[in-house]
Write a protein that binds this ligand. Sequence first.
Ligand code: AMP
Length: 593
Amino acid sequence: METILGIDLGTTNSAVSMIRDGKAVVLEEDGQKILPSVVGLDGSGKLLVGFPASNQWTLAPDRTIRSVKRKMGSGETVRLGDQTYTPQEISAIILRTLKERAERLLGQEARKAVITVPAFFNEQQREATREAGELAGLEVVRIINEPTAASLTYNPNPEQLQRLLIYDLGGGTFDVSIVQTEQGVVEVLSSHGDTQLGGDDFDHLLMDFVCDKFREEHKLDLRAALTSRSRVLKAVEQAKCRLSFDAFTTLQEEFIAEQGGVPLHLNMELSRMDYEPLIEPLLNKTLVRVDEALSDAKLTAKQIDRVILVGGASRTPMVHRLLQEQLGQPIHSEVDPDLCVSMGAAIQGGLIAGVDLGPVLVDITPHTLGIQCLSERHGFPSHYHFAPIIERNTALPASRSEVFGTCFDDQEKVLINVFQGEHSDVRQNEAVGGIELEGLANAKRGHEILVRFDLDLDGILTVTATEKMTGLEKKLTIDNVMSRFRSEDREQAKQRLEAVFSGSDAAAAAERQPPTPEPDEDLSPEIKGPIDKARELLAQAERLLDDANQQDAEEMQELIDQLREAVNARAVDDIQDVSAKLDDLVFYLQDAL
Ligand code: AMP
């Protein structure tokens, strides 16, 4: 069967995929799956495409062309050296490079391709893309929308009715589309975006932050000279990517500038906490677009079946967090957000060629992994707060780190208790292990402890706790975190099934059984306080029960039962919530009776 390539011709990066053994595979060369969409000429006039061109951009902008996709179909031309080119010609160079990569790997000619374009591209822009493909020697069998391609990656057999929200945050552009699939048809219901917003803006904000700090210290602006500016920009882009996985990172650029004959080095620590406030206003703008796309499609967030992340900058953890808060559902990024569109284009090619396609298989974490910590919730401290570190559905292998603070001045040790599950209260999740980091330096409360999780493809979790100030470190390896959970899931499912088949609900009842509460004297004051208050309230409510009318008594009995359950489970948050309701009712009844 003839191979049809799937090509994502992106503003910042491009990629090519094909179907192999029923699966979409990205074609990789020299360890690189993406090809920067950059074309240039070196000092001797030799053509450069991809990384070599991208590397020379800041130093030789007159000999380098980036983001030519923005000009497609506009009638504008671009200059490269002493020649003028159409955007189609520059795009054709990128497409030809990808075609040749495919041919080297296939060992035969690759003639046909499906190419993706943004949903907002008009007819002229689509035509220009088709022309670029033909100039590259490709027969463009179809031009498809990028969100359509992304949706195919997650759902290659779009038979059932499904609505997907595709959030695509690339280097220079942002798009959000609502895609509906049904009976093999994929339709873009609405699309919104900002053609001037992306990860490159984040780099500039971070560069300004770093340069301002450096100027305060050395009275020298690194942005003033092209070479130091370009080095800082490159370094912050890499640091930005590291901050997606780690809570802290260090910028280290030797001999970045000179002052009075003395060399200056850039050596600065950056934290996610420094970085996130810089980009928050831009991310809020994208959330407004998300709302607009939903409203144009006449849908609410609840009617969306899946939220999918596309584009390199969507790896930013704050994107996940804000979207999850806004849409109230899990966010999917299991398929590499940089490669998802080209894989979807290959799937479309496979569907055209009549290839039998299986679902896309990626190894992911089935549950969130995190640690127990103290946190204030609804104004009350809770010892059982679950702080996620690796979120559910993260593609494997995965590494993430977060920073935590000690609770007291001069705290000597911290306990790192690892749990997996989705509940914000660790007691509802599965405990998988723990370590103690002892011998901490004398320091004020809030002394920083870094916790790093490395989860490999075999489900082996390595937990590293490090005291940031001294480097004191302790490691723990937990085998088969995922398979353990899965087998327990299976066990529970088996029990439930048996209960159903035997007509008994014993297993379900056992599952609902609240955990045996620990004795009161073992409780910390933060938990004991609310529990004592709740018990007083329960006694007060019970005294009123007999005198209340039937409706009020029923309502109160329900709250009494809920509060007892929360007290038994030591669930401080629930105790606060239910107590507030019961307190209102008691107040009202005392007044009325
Ligand atoms: P794209 O246009 O989809 O290739 O995305 C490119 C943008 O994604 C650039 O701004 C990259 O710096 C950014 N990017 C790539 N990887 C990451 C990451 N791990 N975290 C944050 N941004 C990233």
